[in-house]
Design a protein around this ligand. Structure first.
Ligand SMILES: Nc1ncnc2c1ncn2[C@@H]1O[C@H](COP(=O)(O)OP(=O)(O)O)[C@@H](O)[C@H]1O
Ligand SMILES: N[C@@H](CCOP(=O)(O)O)C(=O)O
Length: 321
């Protein structure tokens, strides 16, 4: 359960009162998520989500995240809308942390996506890329290639306690990407963490996207690679080509990939598997004492990486050309 920060009742009541969202009827810590502390608020008006931003989120980035959700909502994308307090501010301080309240989205996330879900998320991702096109702000991706080595170094020799030889495998992979990461691909606002837990469905139709706290300015095809990794593998680490085909076709029903993006896709998939391998590895080795959180398995991404290392052509992911 991701609740790192406990909030005293009186502080919470005073915080909520600033937002004019009715009186608090109930509050529950939310079990899902690993990055921030999230609470479901039930007030006399509606349900809301309260997020306390934890260490991984730089407070200086909050105007980008908040502004992005407002922008995407204006462009018709269904995503949480930050609520403003009586001074017109979306971000306040609660229990010593920056905190915000956003609207609650209906729908449920799926644990085992089917082919229809994959097609829907591909289409949704492309719509997000389009909707972000005229968002005026930029944010550097702090978890792009230059961010991987410091994380691997932080894990250090302890990586091999998770799996023998893991530290060496990760370093070799980082060096390969540092030498040859594709440049000049079409770029713009990307979600950068559009995993199944961050996408809601109602009856197999995508109903909303959440968790924009890794969003940044980077290559669109890298975002697509993150989705291929998180939506199209089976539990036994085999890649499901039908799901890959559906996800890519869903994406291209809105935005056609350029030849450069198609050519780069295998390396982008490899790199994005590595990105989640290294962040999970560091989290696995550093669970904060007392935090109610279950770290995610880094080796799931080690197995996915092994698959990508054998791929040479975007057709291996289901691209039809
Ligand atoms: N706007 C929202 N509407 C409905 N549920 C939400 C919303 N935001 C978050 N949640 C719930 O909270 C969980 C954790 O949120 P998430 O943003 O993924 O946290 P984290 O930033 O820790 O990853 C989600 O899986 C979902 O169940
Ligand atoms: N999606 C990442 C972890 C980030 O978790 P979230 O709860 O912020 O979506 C992973 O699977 O490693």
């Amino acid at each position: 359960m991701a609740v790192y920060t406990e909030v005293p009742d009186d502080e919470l009541a005073a915080f909520v009162a600033r937002y004019g969202i009715g009186d608090l009827l109930a509050v529950k810590g939310i079990a899902e998520g690993v990055s921030n502390s999230n609470f479901l608020l039930h007030t006399t008006q509606a349900f809301f989500i309260l997020t306390l931003y934890e260490e991984r989120v730089d407070a200086g980035d909050l105007p980008f995240f908040i502004g992005l959700m407002e922008h995407l909502a204006r462009r018709g994308l269904i995503c949480p809308l930050p609520v403003k307090d009586r001074d017109g501010q979306a971000v306040g301080q609660l229990a010593g942390r920056p905190a915000a309240i956003v609207t609650f989205l209906d729908g449920i996330s799926v644990r085992r996506p089917n082919v229809t879900h994959c097609a829907e998320v591909g289409r949704g991702l492309a719509l997000l890329h389009q909707a972000g096109a005229d968002f005026g702000m930029e944010r550097v991706n702090s978890l792009a290639v230059p961010g991987w080595r410091p994380l691997a170094e932080q894990a250090g020799a302890a990586a091999d306690t998770v799996s023998p030889g893991l530290g060496r495998r990760v370093m070799a992979e980082i060096e390969a990407h540092e030498r040859s990461w594709p440049q000049d691909l079409p770029r713009g606002v990307i979600h950068a963490d559009l995993f199944p837990n961050n996408v809601f469905f109602i009856k197999d139709r995508l109903s909303g996207l959440i968790d924009f706290y890794f969003a940044c300015t980077d290559a669109f095809a890298y975002d697509l690679a993150i989705c291929l990794n998180s939506w199209c593998f089976e539990a036994d680490a085999s890649f499901n080509l039908t799901k890959g085909q559906a996800l890519l076709a869903g994406y291209e029903s809105v935005r056609t990939l350029t030849p450069a993006e198609v050519g780069a896709l295998p390396q982008l998939c490899r790199g994005s598997a590595l990105r989640f391998l290294v962040t999970r590895l560091v989290d696995w080795l550093n669970v904060p004492p007392g935090a109610l959180v279950k770290p995610l398995d880094p080796l799931e991404y080690d197995r996915k990486l092994a698959f990508h290392q054998r791929v040479t052509d975007a057709r291996d992911y289901g691209l039809k050309r």
